[in-house]
Design a protein. Sequence first.
Length: 170
Amino acid sequence: MQITGTHFNYYQVCKRKLWLFANGINFEHTSDLVYEGKLIHENSYGQRSEKYEEIELDGIKVDYYDTKSRVIHEIKKSNKIEKAHEWQLKYYIYVFERNGIDGVTGTLEYPTLRKTEQVVLSEIDRKIIREMETAIQHIIADEACPPLEKKSICKNCSYFEFCFSKEEEE
């Protein structure tokens, strides 16, 4: 199975969500929060589509790539899971390098917060990414879904009702 940026993001956020998504159990299409994120992506930088390209490469899909300055722009709604966003963008840079495109950096953009973060890939990050790829493949290939872990971000997850449907109300 080809690992995508979504797999990398979900690996950081929740192993259960990663397994469910990778095994075809998908609830993003019913989530208002996911829809809101798509609207932010589509409407925040209207001039970009003329200037930059949306690129698909080896299973990843970057929001915008500036070929002149070699910068991947990734747009996110919120920075609540910023580390996951950073690793997703680092993975994108890694995939570009793997395909012979060197000197690429990244910019995480949070338009509603009016915030940006620069992202670069270090040699240590490359080693960690290779380890994460192996871990992701093991999680995806496992026959059993990882157990539920209650986290503060669960209430905003598109899988919330699925994961907590058998939980007794407190």
